[in-house]
Design a protein around this ligand. Structure first.
Ligand SMILES: C[S@@+](CC[C@H](N)C(=O)[O-])C[C@H]1O[C@@H](n2cnc3c(N)ncnc32)[C@H](O)[C@@H]1O
Length: 342
């Protein structure tokens, strides 16, 4: 077997492994009470396209808030992080629209860095890489289509340059509190003392603003969630009828999270061939598709200190809806000054 066919075969094996894992996680999630599906599966090519459409919606404030923050504070950020050569690693990069603000600024300053966007959606990584190669001639890019944890293993294997990790868009809010501690601890292990991370946190705010952001009247967010059923049909041989499920999203004040569901409109059985079985739904039974946790400033200051980071600065938008907070990796068990919102 020559090198090219070996490479093709190993790509096919990887694709088979991904599909097997997808089938296993769907089977496990739909066997739970209440049923759930991991939100990472919302993002195939169509899911990424629909998420871009969500970011354009007037009701979806996080994108505009974070754009404002990065425009206002790109100088502060570059002054703190941009001294030596570094890898700019972005976890869950999506279309990188906001990241371009930093990329442009860093290139204008002549900083020496390589951009490493990592995302579970291959189409997002391909689209972003292609787009950036056209827009930023001379930018060194190394995209990777994989999940966060494999991305962190890749980060730990990168060359000896320092790392600056971006985790924007309140992606961290999709983890439960327990999962986010596990994630931050893995992230800290993949970094060296002195490395920086910039994490976006969506803040607790008035309920109307929160609810509107996840219940747009055009139904884009509903289509984004329902897309997971179509994906199961296409990739795992499912026979979901998406119109027999209704999207519902609400704020759970005890959890401090927006919780999204697809609700079965009737009693039904759904066969998923690759899971080797069918799943029964009673009328009005929900599938939990996503949680988006909302934070208070005290929450993430504490998270930083517990996971081996020092909060260096926090940048808020003018409405105080969203914060990008800059942390530096310190020796484990180190503690740092309280962060201040500027
Ligand atoms: C809410 S979007 C935010 C995109 C971007 N960070 C932004 O702020 O516009 C989440 C992104 O993370 C990616 N993603 C979701 N779960 C992931 C996982 N487990 N591993 C890697 N990427 C993931 C999705 O494909 C999507 O592009």
């Amino acid at each position: 077997m020559n090198g090219q066919s070996r490479e093709k075969e190993s790509r096919l094996c990887e694709a088979d492994d991904c599909l097997k894992e997808f089938a296993e996680e769907v089977a496990a999630g739909l066997s739970l009470t209440p049923k759930q599906l991991p939100c990472k599966y919302l993002y195939d090519a169509e899911g990424s396209r629909l998420f871009q459409a969500i970011m354009e919606l007037e009701e979806y404030y996080p994108t505009r808030c974070e754009t404002e923050i990065l425009n206002r504070h790109k100088e502060d950020i570059s002054t703190i992080v941009g001294k030596a050569e570094f890898n700019l690693v972005e976890l869950g990069a999506g279309d990188g629209a906001k990241t371009k603000i930093l990329l442009r600024h860093f290139l204008d300053l002549g900083l020496s860095f390589r951009y490493v966007p990592i995302d579970i959606s291959p189409s997002a990584v391909q689209g972003l890489t292609c787009d950036l190669r056209k827009e930023f001639k001379g930018l060194a890019i190394q995209g990777l289509a994989t999940d966060y944890f494999e991305g962190l293993r890749h980060l730990a294997r990168l060359d000896r340059r320092s790392s600056f990790v971006l985790f924007l868009g309140s992606n961290i809010g999709n983890f439960t509190p327990g999962e986010s501690l596990i994630f931050l601890s893995s992230l800290r292990t993949s970094l060296r003392t002195g490395d920086y991370i910039l994490v976006g946190f969506d803040l607790k705010k008035d309920l109307n603003t929160l609810l509107r952001a996840y219940n747009d009247p055009k139904g884009v967010t509903a289509r984004f969630n329902t897309n997971i059923l179509r994906r199961i049909n296409d990739e795992l041989g499912g026979n979901f009828v998406p119109s027999q499920f209704e999207y519902f999203s609400t704020y759970n004040p005890r959890a401090g999270a927006i919780e999204s569901f697809l609700i079965s409109l009737r009693r039904q059985n759904v066969l998923v061939e690759q899971c080797g079985r069918s799943f029964s739904f009673s009328k009005w039974e929900p599938i939990h598709t996503e949680s988006s946790y909302k934070f208070r400033k005290e929450d993430f200051g504490r998270m930083a200190r517990r996971q081996g980071f020092r909060a260096v600065a926090s940048f808020c938008d003018s409405r105080r809806y969203f914060t990008d907070t800059l942390w530096q990796a310190v020796p484990f068990r180190g503690s740092g000054p309280q962060d201040q919102c500027v």
